[in-house]
Design a protein around this ligand. Structure first.
Ligand code: SF4
Length: 264
């Protein structure tokens, strides 16, 4: 059983409760123009060349984004931190990229984590085959579910896919009685318009199982990652999100939900 990942981060505290290990799957069906993880978009491992300069000399180094791994190898990394999960109420979070884009590998890892008694979270953009999702739901304690744009035309324009399947999948997770944390990226004049925020709030209001809404202000610290792959654009043109605006948006969501945070 093999998959492709681009990182495993130990001692993460922003991807669910307690101290967590976050496993980043490589490959995502979306192309959000503000994406912070361009190395997670392509499904296959990639190589890139980085050039370091000193006193007019260039030092070239080959870097790697992503590698094939077995479920055994991933579990070995996850199980290193079991004592921290137990002490902190933490566990493992599968993120990406999009973990639901490799549902068989994801299910295998979730199954093994459950056997080991490890709390499981899936951080998803929600774009997935609904039947595959239904196989993942019983193996998952918590969903970190991204909601970006309420209206389909906007969703297609800024992420390259429709939101219909995503909204259907969100309802499926909610109807299954799972705990859900909704994550909303705040991107100036794209996701933070009053119309979009009201649309998202209406969608969330219809759901059960929502324990928190997390607002994730845009930051442009991924510029160097884009350059690595010969890409540029949005990350270089847009400033990090104004935190005072994020606070006002938090107040807007607090009118409907008791637990709203800025950041994960
Ligand atoms: S869903 Fe996440 S990983 Fe995929 S393109 Fe959008 S921001 Fe990037």
């Amino acid at each position: 059983m093999e998959g492709v990942i681009f990182d495993i981060r130990h001692f993460s505290v922003h991807d669910g409760p307690g101290i967590r290990t976050t496993v980043f799957f490589k490959g995502c069906p979306l192309r959000c123009i503000w994406c912070h993880n361009p190395e997670g978009q392509e499904f296959d491992p990639q190589t890139y060349t980085r050039v370091n300069r000193l006193d007019g000399r260039e030092f070239k180094v080959t870097g790697y984004a992503g590698k094939h791994v077995t479920a055994d190898e991933v579990m070995e990394e996850i199980e290193k931190d079991i004592v921290f999960y137990e002490e902190s109420g933490g566990g493992v979070t599968f993120s990406g990229g999009e973990p639901l884009a490799r549902p068989v590998f994801l299910a295998e890892l979730l199954e093994r984590c459950n056997i080991a008694g490890i709390h499981t979270a899936v951080d998803t953009c929600g774009y997935a085959d609904n039947e595959e999702l239904q196989r993942i739901i019983p193996l998952t304690h918590l969903f970190l579910f991204d909601l970006k744009l309420a209206f389909n035309d906007d969703h297609e324009k800024f992420t390259a896919v429709s939101n219909k399947n995503i909204l259907k999948n969100l309802k499926t997770v909610s109807s299954a009685g799972k705990e859900i944390i909704i994550r909303i990226p705040l991107v100036e004049d794209i996701t933070d318009t009053q119309e979009n925020l009201a649309g998202l709030r209406n969608i969330i209001n219809e759901l059960k199982g929502i324990t928190r809404v997390e607002l994730l202000p845009f930051h442009n610290i991924a510029q160097s990652k884009y350059r690595r792959f010969g890409r540029s654009g949005f990350q270089e043109q847009v400033e990090r999100y104004d935190i005072s605006k994020a606070v006002k948006i938090m107040d807007f969501f607090l009118e409907s939900f008791p637990d709203v945070t800025i950041g994960g």
